[in-house]
Design a protein around this ligand. Structure first.
Ligand SMILES: CC(C)(COP(=O)(O)OP(=O)(O)OC[C@H]1O[C@@H](n2cnc3c(N)ncnc32)[C@H](O)[C@@H]1OP(=O)(O)O)[C@@H](O)C(=O)NCCC(=O)NCCS
Length: 424
């Protein structure tokens, strides 16, 4: 048995944020029914195409384990079918532009009226307020949530990060909100609305930078390298390059081969608890007792000198040798792994974090499996559905249409082209 077995999800999501959430629900065992515009589907199906005619990796990697029904929710029969789906499902998830569901004729009040037990979960770019009507994509959220202004180097522009903290990050939040609301429904018997704003999700992940904003009021941020460089702090939390904070400063340092390989680097943390071991490894035993170096707070104005010295050592080793040497001493280091290295990492395949999936249009491809492991609810990653692959199956088996009624619905144009003989 899977954790969410028996839960039906009306998946009205598209692009990345919403599909991240519903893919997790599907992996946990929910029956996720993806509702897509006839003949078009989720726009990502045909974005960043690599195999002509096949659904893109963008789409396939975010829509595993789901079923697809084509449905024009603006057509009268389409509205009837959508109403039936709302009656049948436990959860409705959507990430349309603000107001789109209302314009379709399905505001939250109407949805609740149709099914008081339903949980309706929405992602928008911004919460209520002056920007609530804006359409938002990943990088807008990274900028509006405080991440971009605090990422990058001091002498460069704000930077966005490759990790999709606005889209996939907010999808994770929504998933947690849905499961929590399902838990509450067990006791209350009622559904509720779950709302997640991408700006809020990014800000939550950038929490430590808001911490630093307040610390600035009482003095410089001593763990930022600009402190040791005597560069004055301004009014806002600055960009800190690759510094990591507090008593555990860290940096990205060059390793052997860095001249040719853009990823021949290691992250090196001088955790206070293992300072003496660091000194031994880099052959600087005198720093163990020397005034100005022996205690963590004294080192904060010398981080450039300390990391340059450590780098002289790391440059003589590969990033993996650095790890092999430091790990037995509990010195926290991490190789900078390229996506190529990650995609060839047997350990990640062994845990199911990386998977190979077969697809009828594109053949085998790599994907990221479920990052959350439940010991009693195993995840088997199954390919994403073709557009409308399950339209008739859902009309018949989930919604109970049959005979003339089924012919009427299919003939109405609300559900796209249905291959009748394949489904009955
Ligand atoms: C992502 C986003 C910018 C994309 O915008 P978009 O491509 O213009 O798509 P929209 O959500 O505006 O939807 C377009 C239209 O398709 C319609 N549509 C979608 N599915 C439909 C269906 N099955 N049948 C009929 N119409 C449908 C919508 O109702 C909408 O029509 P409207 O403009 O008349 O209201 C926008 O959806 C958004 O801001 N979403 C919230 C934030 C978010 O999740 N962003 C991250 C995405 S990874």
């Amino acid at each position: 048995m899977k954790a969410l077995e028996g839960i039906k999800v009306l998946d009205f999501t598209h692009v990345q944020s919403g599909p991240t959430c519903t893919q997790l629900l599907a992996w946990f065992g929910a029956d996720v029914i993806k509702v897509e515009r006839p003949g078009v589907g989720d726009a990502t199906r045909k974005q960043l195409l690599d195999v002509p005619g096949a659904d893109s990796l963008y789409f396939t990697m975010l829509n595993h384990n789901k079923r697809s029904i084509e449905l024009n929710s603006k057509n009268e029969t389409g509205k009837e079918i959508l109403t039936r789906l709302i009656e049948e499902c436990d959860v409705l998830v959507e990430n349309f532009a603000p107001g789109a569901l209302d314009r379709m004729g399905f505001p939250w009040e109407r949805i609740q009226e149709i099914n008081p037990r339903i949980i309706m979960a929405s992602i928008k770019g911004f919460g209520p307020g002056k920007y609530e009507d804006c359409k938002v994509y990943e990088n807008v959220a990274q900028c509006a949530g405080g991440s971009a202004s605090t990422t990058g180097f001091r002498d460069g522009p704000p930077l966005v990060t490759g990790a999709q903290i606005g889209d996939s990050g907010t999808g994770l939040n929504l998933c947690l909100g849905i499961v929590t609301a399902l838990f509450q429904r067990e006791k209350s018997g009622r559904g509720q609305k779950v709302s997640c704003a991408m700006q809020d999700g990014v800000l939550n992940l950038a929490r430590v930078k808001l911490r630093d904003q307040q610390r600035l009021d009482v003095g410089p941020l001593k763990e930022y390298s600009q402190f040791g460089e005597d560069v004055p702090f301004g009014e806002a939390t600055p960009r800190a390059g690759n510094d990591s904070g507090g008593g555990q400063p860290g940096r990205i340092l060059k390793c052997k081969g860095w001249e040719q390989d853009p990823n021949a680097y290691t992250y090196f943390i001088i955790q206070a608890a293992v300072w003496e071991k660091v000194c031994d490894v880099i052959d600087k035993p005198e720093w163990k007792t020397q005034e100005g170096y022996a205690k963590a707070p004294e080192r904060l104005d010398k981080l450039n000198e300390i990391f340059e010295t450590i780098e002289q050592w790391t440059r003589t080793k590969t990033k993996f040798e650095v790890m092999d040497i430091c790990n037995p001493h509990d010195i926290p280091v991490g190789p900078i792994l390229s996506m190529k290295e990650i995609s060839e990492d047997d350990g990640l395949f062994a845990t199911g974090t990386m998977v190979k999936v077969d697809h009828p249009e594109r053949g085998e491809y790599l994907s990221v499996g479920c990052p959350i492991k439940l010991s009693d609810s195993e995840v088997k990653v199954e390919r994403s559905p073709l557009l409308g692959e399950h339209t008739e199956e859902i009309l018949v088996k989930v919604l109970g249409y049959s005979g003339d009624d089924l012919d009427r619905v299919i003939g109405s144009g609300a559900v796209g082209e249905v291959a009748r003989d394949a489904a009955e």
